[in-house]
Design a protein around this ligand. Sequence first.
Ligand SMILES: Cc1ncc(COP(=O)(O)O)c(C=O)c1O
Length: 388
Amino acid sequence: MQPTSDPRVLLNETSPVPVTSEATRAPLAFHRKLPGYSPTPLTSVPGLANRLGIGAVYVKDESSRLGLPAFKMLGGSWASYRSIIERTGIDPEGWETIEDLALQLEPHLPLTLATATDGNHGRAVARFAKLLGLKSRIWVPKGTVAPRIEAIEAEGAIVRITNGTYDDAVAEAGLAADANTLVVSDTSWPGYEIVPRWVIDGYSTMMFELEDQLASMGLPEPTVIAAPMGVGALAAALTMRYGNHIPRPVIIGGEPTNSACVLAALEAGEVVTVPGPHDTSMAGLSCGTASPIAFPFLAAGLDAAIAFDDEWAEEGMRLLAAEGIVSGESGAATLGTLLSLADRRADLRDTLNLGPDDVALVIVTEGATDPKNYERIVGRLPETVAAV
Ligand SMILES: Cc1ncc(COP(=O)(O)O)c(C=O)c1O
């Protein structure tokens, strides 16, 4: 059945994105040293362009990234690494392979990495800890599905289930910091801002890859970019990269209706908490509070924030499956955002660069991390089962 619900749309007046640091390729150089690194695929998908009525659609497929089924290892590994370097004083120039780094860390053990997660970030932090022989403790919200918990445990982590929302899990994980425990959160709070900024910086690898791929494939740059929004860290990274770009693409942030915390913050002019429960099948985007350090970038760099019902992401999963791309619910949020606009807000086509001469970038941020739900939505099990 075709989705029919109307998206909530907030058009946002953009201004120059604040420049707080020079974007360097240091995270990319670091990621290249990790086992299994290769750039994720970028593909032009004419079937999606036809469906949306857009000139071209590029899919950047993050369903397999550094051995995990989501883009999150980019931020989780870089922020964990920077935190470890800072804590131990290890020379960042003094290692070549992850095994070298693990050896150098031995005198500093025991060390534990801790964080809250909806699934993907925590699994990434736990994987990075495992690679280095560290321990990990990961907090998840009540209701997190078993495959996501089991996937984190399979990385050797101790998983704690919070009796509350993602925001409650963040608060609990934040208390874990001690002499041997580094908290590596992808969201920020007053007094805890440096590590989540490293998470944002880690996501830049995706954008440097994209730049290189467009150049080598001779493709034009996107004129519109859809960003999925949980706490807004990835969307902030996209605004940092493209918000002052010339020519500037339109950047559209999409989030679930039931956890539309970025839209609420843009409306209020400051970070606010939207009351739970934040029920959505887009589990990675289920949270009530945008990251305070992401907010200034989102306020300056997003052209629009869109809140839409799960059915749009689910339709996105089916369309991607028909093109041979396995996407989970949060992974299809970018396509869901554009679908809801194309079908229900044709009046915004010109304003949001969604016309026949435009080129859209759709980032598929995760694979099928909940295979049962994938089967319910797409009608068959994923060819690549990502979570287990
Ligand atoms: C698959 C997936 N996509 C998108 C996001 C959104 O990222 P952010 O929380 O930085 O807005 C997440 C966050 O966990 C995620 O897991």
